[in-house]
Design a protein around this ligand. Structure first.
Ligand SMILES: *Cc1c(COP(=O)(O)O)cnc(C)c1O
Length: 359
């Protein structure tokens, strides 16, 4: 059935499994019911479990894309009293910078060049005692750089920094555990490795985060996490949520168990990534990331061809989507995602397409 569609190697929304796909062909059920509440309570329980969330953590489900989760984290957990350190290695790091700027949160950003890894030297350049919180995209999806989270966790612990992690493109693809890394707030969303429809962002928060939440007056009503948590106690949301996406999320979280837990999920994405990377070793493509993730490979054509042109060709002539980069990187880099329902045969097709496009 999927063969009649485009092959999708983007970073989201991605190809999914029939069990999840079939949910979106149902009528949308009414949600102010005990039946829906039960599903939502189950969703929260599973999210806390799979996030490795510490005791007394909570998870809120907001209707919006992942960037809304990022903004909700800034407006709910930070205030003018804070001074924030942002790791800025690309367009998602820059988004945190813009959010802090817009909401008048004082910050310093550590800027990394294209594909650069975060090293201890780079991090220690900033005196941690100057800051109250650290904001990071665990995986900078625009360049395929996976940050060394143990390094970041250690720094935050040493200086007592409140740690907010955008794990939107990492959750279910690269290992992350809130307890082990001392993460206070973890942001995820439905359309990346979750492989569900877009529309839901999940914010998992530790008890320390909940205390902070209760001390700060959120500048939004729709994104107010206090409201989301109090409604969530009875398995409800304050406003009409993306109901079908939440049902898909429930199915997907139950699938994790039968697929070897989070370890199994990450392993599978890693195998897809390795298979792809091995397939293209002889092509004129340079991997720009100096710290590879399982989720994405960011590639620069070394034969002088435009990256954007390769994406267009793959789409129009081969029925394959990969991700062009935006702005100044459009001609320089494109990205191939390894998340969602991808098979080795799919990758073989992509590799053939890429080879022909590069000639
Ligand atoms: C996809 C992504 C987001 C969110 O993007 P939306 O388009 O708003 O869903 C945020 N951060 C990272 C690291 C991402 O990969």
């Amino acid at each position: 059935m999927r063969d009649r569609n485009m092959l999708n190697f983007t970073i989201g929304p991605v190809m999914t499994w029939d069990e999840i796909l079939s949910i979106s062909s149902n009528q949308v059920p009414y949600f102010r019911t005990p039946e829906f509440s039960k599903i939502m309570l189950d969703n929260e329980k599973m999210m806390l479990n799979y996030s490795g969330a510490p005791e007394n953590s909570r998870c809120a489900f907001l209707t919006g894309s992942g960037s809304m989760g990022m903004e909700a984290a800034v407006t709910n957990f930070l205030s003018e009293k804070d001074r924030v350190l942002i790791i800025n290695g690309g367009s998602f790091g820059q988004r945190f910078v813009e959010l802090c700027e817009h909401h008048h949160i004082s910050y310093i950003d550590i800027q990394l060049s294209l594909g650069e890894a975060l090293t201890v030297d780079k991090l220690e350049c900033e005196d941690g005692s100057q800051f109250s919180a650290l904001l990071i995209n665990m995986h900078e999806t625009s360049t395929g750089v996976l940050y060394d989270m143990k390094l970041v966790a250690d720094y935050c612990k040493r200086y007592g920094l409140f740690l907010i992690v955008d794990a939107i493109s990492s959750f279910m693809a690269d290992w992350v555990d809130m307890t082990e890394l001392g993460i206070d707030v973890m942001i995820t969303s439905s359309q990346k490795a979750f492989a569900c429809a877009p529309g839901i962002t999940m914010i998992t928060m530790s008890s320390r985060a909940i205390s902070r939440l209760n001390e700060i007056i959120c500048s939004n009503v729709y994104m107010d996490l206090k409201l989301a948590l109090s409604n969530g106690e009875r398995g409800q949301t304050p406003f009409t949520p993306a109901v079908l996406t939440l049902l898909q999320i429930n199915k997907r979280l139950h699938m994790v168990d039968s697929r070897g837990g989070m370890t199994g999920e990450c392993k599978r994405v890693g195998e897809i990534a390795d298979y792809f990377r091995n397939k293209i070793v002889d092509l004129p493509l340079e991997n720009v990331s100096h710290s590879l993730s399982n989720a994405v490979t960011a590639l620069h054509p070394t034969n002088g061809q435009s990256a954007k042109e390769i994406c267009d060709k793959l789409k129009d002539q081969y029925g394959i989507w990969v991700c062009p980069n935006g702005g100044s990187m459009a001609d320089y880099v494109f990205r191939v995602g390894h998340i969602g329902n991808i098979s080795f045969v799919d990758i073989d097709r992509l590799a053939v397409g890429l080879k022909e496009c590069l000639n």
